[in-house]
Every structure is written in C-alpha cells, then in structure tokens.
Design a protein around this ligand. Sequence first.
Ligand SMILES: Cc1cc2nc3c(=O)[nH]c(=O)nc-3n(C[C@H](O)[C@H](O)[C@H](O)COP(=O)(O)O)c2cc1C
Length: 161
Amino acid sequence: MAKVGVVYGTNAGDTKVVAEYIAKNFDSEIINAKELTLDFLNSYDKLIFAASTHGHGDLQKDFKTKLDIIAEAEFGGKTLALVGVGGQVKHPTTFLDGLVEFLPHIRGVKLVGATDIDGYAFKNSLSFINGKFIGLAIDYKNDKDWQARADKWVESIKSEF
Ligand SMILES: Cc1cc2nc3c(=O)[nH]c(=O)nc-3n(C[C@H](O)[C@H](O)[C@H](O)COP(=O)(O)O)c2cc1C
C-alpha cells in the first residue's frame, strides 16, 4: 500500500478527530489544511481530504484559502477520497455542501469513495450527486455511530489505496 497524504480542515476540531480516526488505517502523513503546500500534494499519489462545511454551505475556511494551491497541483494518475463533516439537523438544506468546492480544482484525479445516504436525513446537499455522496458523509455531532460508518468506508476504499 502506498503512503497516503491526509489533509483536514477544521474550525473546532471535529474534522481533525474524524481525519485522525481514518488516517490510522493507512501508512499516512496527516496535516492541517493550514499547512498544505504544493509540495505536499505533489508528494503523494494517494490523498484524502477531510473538510467541514460552515457558513451557509461553505467549505471550511483554511481549505478554502488553499484551493488555488490545489488547482495548481498535478492530479493526473492520483487517487483522492473526500470526507465531509457537517450537521444534518441544523443545516438540512446545505448538508456537506462545502465538499463540492474541491471538484473544479482536482482535474484528472481518480475520485473514489462515494457513499450511499445510509440513514442520514437532509433536504438538500450539493455533495449528493447521481444518488451518492461524493465522499464519506459524517455528522460528527449527531451520529453516535460515525466511527462504524468510517470503518465501513475505509474498507470500501482500501483496494484503491
Ligand atoms: C456557523 C455554522 C455554520 C454551519 N453550516 C453548516 C452547513 O451549511 N452545512 C453543514 O453540513 N454543516 C454546517 N455546520 C456544522 C459543522 O460543519 C459541524 O458542526 C462540524 O462538526 C464542524 O466541524 P469542525 O469543528 O471540524 O469545523 C455549521 C456549523 C456552524 C457553527
């Protein structure tokens, strides 16, 4: 298994907990999006981006400021999986919307790890495309079973990583 670069963007720490939980399943280097550089992205062929949604459906701010760097990276031949952390109860119309902000900037990547709704209730999500979430969906504050959800997802992507 190749080494995996894991990047997380968090306001209050929830996404850090989720990203660390996932990263320990891989031989990985994990960094905060605040520290993200082009060198880091270019160093790994296997990447996981974990980001919360804030504001009104906005990508977490530290990751948002790095979208220009992400746009510069060479993603051809790379594999990427996305993890969205959000709140379906208080934000049912923008649940995990921020995750889609990555999509225009990761041209050429092999995006893996789309998931089914699996019991999450929300009205709208920009990250729900063609009947699937574009990555792993985690409602950290409202879902006591989030770790089981993450475990299942890790198993599903392992063959790609
Ligand atoms: C001001 C505010 C706005 C939020 N807006 C959204 C939203 O639009 N969609 C969503 O899914 N979650 C939203 N959330 C929920 C957070 O994403 C959720 O609490 C998450 O666990 C925070 O993770 P973090 O501490 O890693 O940033 C919002 C939270 C706050 C405090």
